[in-house]
Ligand binder design. Structure first.
Ligand SMILES: Cc1ncc(COP(=O)(O)O)c(C=O)c1O
Length: 466
């Protein structure tokens, strides 16, 4: 089956980094990587950290927020964003989005304001461009700082100018993620970037105080990604598996770093890994959840069982050398991967655009700029939830893992967060997006033929002629 996402990683680079990671004793922070990354995104300064969520935690203090303050954020977002804010004593205030453009609904933001609001988190989705235009005036008028959540949005061609301009008029930091489902997968990690001298100095100082990820932890992250690349490989993949299984297998000692290194070499050499994959999958089975159940649950049913309390987010730490060594060549290859993302996104978009008739009140396609966008996945949203479910199921039966996105419920609908949020009104668009999403895979290794096959299934299902 074609998985919903496959890490865009040069497997040969991963093999050599894994070898190096195990030999390397140092725990210096990843200063060279930080410099190159800042340069690539047009930032003044960047800190590479161990996850996006810890980057968020650090950002809140650097932007001057204190316990008891509030932050406006879209309700359709990753629950760990709320976890990070709550860990700092900040109350998340969910606001709505617009469809099909996935921008903050500024009227909803205006309605949700209170004197305690100090921050707004414009969030990039799926690699679509973010419109920063309405933010300068709104944030200045209401004394809000901006934390741009770009976990899903590393588009090297669009940064720098627009973001740097906004950073001259309001306090602004950008955060992002290097998890394996993102643009620059380093087996986990995150960053914070600044665009003007004041916050750059603060970022520098904060970086000097942080502990560094150990070489052993870095090796586990990289080896976890190699295992995940086996588990997600279209030749062996049968259905929903979450993105942390590789790392978990290593952390639990079920697979050693050496074994993961051999798996990486096998994948790199294009070996038949059937038997190896079967034996790794056997390790995943537990008496309660046989692997059959793990594979069969399917995306529609993946809605995780949220813990009864928001999860505490770790204190931020700085990325170490091993992942930085891997990150440098990966950063050089990012423009190439992004160009495949643009190509694949446009193939789907142009094909679906021919769907006749695309009734804009029933199906929402995202607005793609003419030059395309480096999409992580293609967000098709349907007004009819039952249709979205049946289309997802049909796609899955024909070998394409499609369906809900990673966060299939908006924050305000998750019982865990009820006591911790201030909900200021109805958020119908976030609900529509979550309920009607048919998220389509388009990762760089997918061929135009596969994408064509996938859109054919959609045409047949929606009964469209061409
Ligand atoms: C929009 C958004 N923000 C923040 C994060 C957190 O990133 P990380 O998983 O690296 O902690 C994610 C993770 O998927 C995300 O989707």
């Amino acid at each position: 089956m074609i998985p919903r996402l496959y890490p865009s990683v040069d497997i040969a680079d991963l093999c050599s980094s894994l070898e190096g990671a195990q030999k390397q004793g140092g725990d210096e922070p990843a200063i060279n990587f930080e410099r190159k990354f800042a340069e690539a995104i047009g930032a003044q300064r960047c800190l590479a950290l161990t996850s996006g969520r810890t980057a968020l935690r650090l950002a809140v203090g650097l932007l001057g927020l204190a316990e008891g303050d509030e932050a406006l954020l879209p309700s359709f977002t990753c629950p760990v964003v709320a976890d990070a804010l709550i860990s700092e004593g900040i109350t998340p205030v969910p606001i709505d989005l617009t469809l099909p453009s996935y921008q903050l609904d500024m009227e909803s933001a205006d309605r949700a304001l209170s004197p305690r609001c100090k921050l707004i988190l414009p969030t990039a989705y799926f690699g679509l461009p973010l419109n920063l235009e309405p933010l300068a005036e709104f944030c200045q008028a209401n004394k809000l700082a901006v934390l741009l959540d770009s976990a899903q949005g590393i588009d090297l061609d669009r940064w720098g100018g627009e973001v740097a301009t906004l950073a001259r008029s309001v306090p602004l930091l950008v955060m992002g993620s290097f998890n394996l489902d993102k643009h620059l997968p380093l087996g986990g990690g995150g960053f914070l970037a600044s665009f003007e001298p004041h916050l750059s100095a603060k970022l520098e100082e904060a970086g000097d105080r942080l502990a560094v990820h150990t070489p052993q932890e870095e090796a586990v992250d990289l080896a976890g990604m190699a295992l995940q690349m086996l588990l997600l490989h279209p030749r062996y993949y049968k259905g929903y598996l979450h993105f942390d299984l590789g790392r978990e297998l290593l952390a639990e000692g079920k697979v050693s770093l050496e074994e993961a290194g051999e798996i990486c070499m096998g994948l790199s050499a294009g070996k038949d890994m059937d038997e190896t994959c079967r034996s790794v999958i056997r390790l995943l089975s537990t008496p309660e959840s046989g692997i059959g159940t793990l594979f069969r649950r399917g995306l529609r049913f993946l809605i995780p069982s949220y813990p009864s309390q928001p999860s505490a987010v770790h204190l931020p730490r700085r990325m170490g050398q091993a992942k930085a060594e891997f990150g440098l060549p990966a950063l050089e290859k990012l423009p190439e991967f992004n160009s495949f993302r643009r190509r694949n996104g446009s193939i789907i978009h142009n094909a679906l655009g021919e769907l006749s008739p695309v009734d804009p009140s029933k199906v929402w396609l995202p607005p793609l700029p003419e030059e395309g966008a480096p999409l992580l996945r293609y967000p098709l949203v349907m007004a009819d939830r039952a249709q979205a479910v049946s289309l997802s199921q049909r796609l899955s039966r024909t070998g394409f893992e499609a369906g809900a996105f990673n966060y299939p419920q908006p924050l305000h609908r998750i019982p865990t967060y009820r006591k911790f949020l201030r909900v200021a009104g109805k958020l119908p668009v976030c609900e529509k997006i979550s309920e009607g999403m048919v998220n389509l895979p388009l990762w760089p290794g997918m061929s135009p033929e596969q994408l064509g096959e996938m859109t054919e299934v959609i045409f047949r299902h929606l009964g469209g002629g061409r």
